[in-house]
Design a protein around this ligand. Structure first.
Ligand SMILES: [Zn+2]
Length: 250
């Protein structure tokens, strides 16, 4: 069931505002960036997080703190940030054997998807985000999916997202637009986008407060953020950060 998060901060939504959007938050660093991109462009932005029995609760624990701090970065973002929703998708955990939802080894067998793959996850998320948007009268769904340097998940691909947009529009008789501003950015470009949107304050917020590590490791703060430094998510984040820093200095 989807409902406003108890601790969410609600800002009055002016009915009739056309430029409105709902921002979904899957891979956390990318989701925060997509959220910043949405706040930059739309007068009213609501957010949604999905609880699906993730192996580590760190990601969900970080999100409200990040939302609050993002709203504090710019007065126009404070004004535009609307209600936050949390959807309980426990059924996804019940049916999925992924290493993201079970205490099993994280690995990428040759020629196969990583064991962290949760089949259909983004399809479910997009569907629930669209149901929420339908109820809330919002016209755009914004997600942090990326197929540039990624783990190969087929539900992160641009073709999948475009097909979902068509299916949702047909199935709900609406004209939703799904926006994926990070789809063609590598991780270094994503860090640069953070700098463009919110300056060094947003870069630092993402570095310190967001979480990518599949192991849920927040024991040590590296120059690229928290994480085990070895899992696929940490490897992508780390190499993107180092490229961003190297190209920023030169
Ligand atoms: Zn890690």
């Amino acid at each position: 069931m989807c409902q406003p998060a108890p601790s969410s901060r609600m800002i009055a939504w002016a009915p009739g505002v056309m430029r409105s959007a709902i921002s979904s938050r899957w891979r956390f660093m990318l989701a925060v960036l997509a959220h910043g991109w949405a706040l930059e462009r739309f007068e009213h932005v609501e957010t949604v997080g999905f609880e699906y029995g993730q192996r580590h609760a760190v990601e969900m624990a970080c999100r409200l703190r990040v939302l609050e701090r993002m709203a504090g970065l710019r007065s126009d973002w404070t004004r535009r940030l609307g209600v936050d929703h949390v959807c309980d998708l426990a059924a996804l955990h019940a049916v999925s054997p992924s290493a993201l939802t079970r205490d099993t080894e994280i690995e990428t067998p040759a020629g196969e998807l990583p064991t962290t793959f949760v089949p259909g996850r983004n399809l479910v998320f997009l569907t629930f985000a669209a149901i929420l948007a339908y109820q809330r009268g919002l016209g755009r769904l914004i997600g942090g999916m990326c197929e540039t340097d990624y783990s190969g998940y087929p539900d992160c691909r641009d073709d999948t997202v475009k097909a979902m947009q068509l299916a949702l529009n047909l199935g709900m008789d609406r004209r939703f637009a799904i926006e994926t501003p990070l789809m063609w950015l590598d991780k270094a470009a994503s860090w640069r986008l953070a700098e463009t949107l919110g300056g060094s304050a947003l870069v630092e917020l993402i570095r310190v407060e967001t979480h990518s590590c599949y192991q849920g490791d927040r024991s040590e703060l590296h120059d690229w953020g928290y994480g085990c430094g070895a899992c696929p998510a940490c490897t992508l984040r780390m190499s993107g950060w180092h490229t961003y820093r190297r190209t920023s200095i030169s």
